[in-house]
Design a binder for this molecule. Structure first.
Ligand SMILES: [Ca+2]
Length: 122
């Protein structure tokens, strides 16, 4: 189904636990062109590489629901998907690399995210 995750076996989770030092996979901004407030999506159990399964955030950090307008992808986590709803459901956008503007389809809508080593279809 459109918008449904294509695979359910996950290698790991990042659930916004900010108590542990993490490796940044994605940095996102409230405005286009990497402007305005920013937040990082970190991996507490970083094993050195994003693979095809990658990582997921079932929710975004507090205050970041329906707010992301641009993001940068870090290290090997170059494939980023943003989802309209929590738990990687609803409408999805998929990109590879840095994105200056997620576009009207996803602007100020993202509520969950995934990062993998390449662009994957929603
Ligand atoms: Ca949303």
């Amino acid at each position: 189904m459109p918008g449904e995750p294509t695979e359910l076996v996950l290698t790991s989770y990042g659930c916004g636990d900010v108590t542990a030092a993490g490796k940044t996979a994605i940095k996102a901004w409230a405005d286009a062109d990497y402007k305005g407030d920013s937040v990082t999506l970190d991996l507490n159990d970083w094993n050195g590489t994003c693979d095809i399964d990658g990582y997921r955030w079932d929710t975004l950090p507090p205050g970041w629901d329906n707010r992301i307008s641009s993001f940068r992808a870090y290290d090997t986590c170059q494939g980023v998907r943003l989802y309209e709803d929590t738990r990687t459901s609803g409408q999805c956008g998929s990109w590879e690399g840095d994105v200056t503007n997620v576009g009207v389809e996803m602007n100020d809508k993202a509520s969950s995210a995934r990062a993998a080593d390449r662009k994957k279809n929603c």
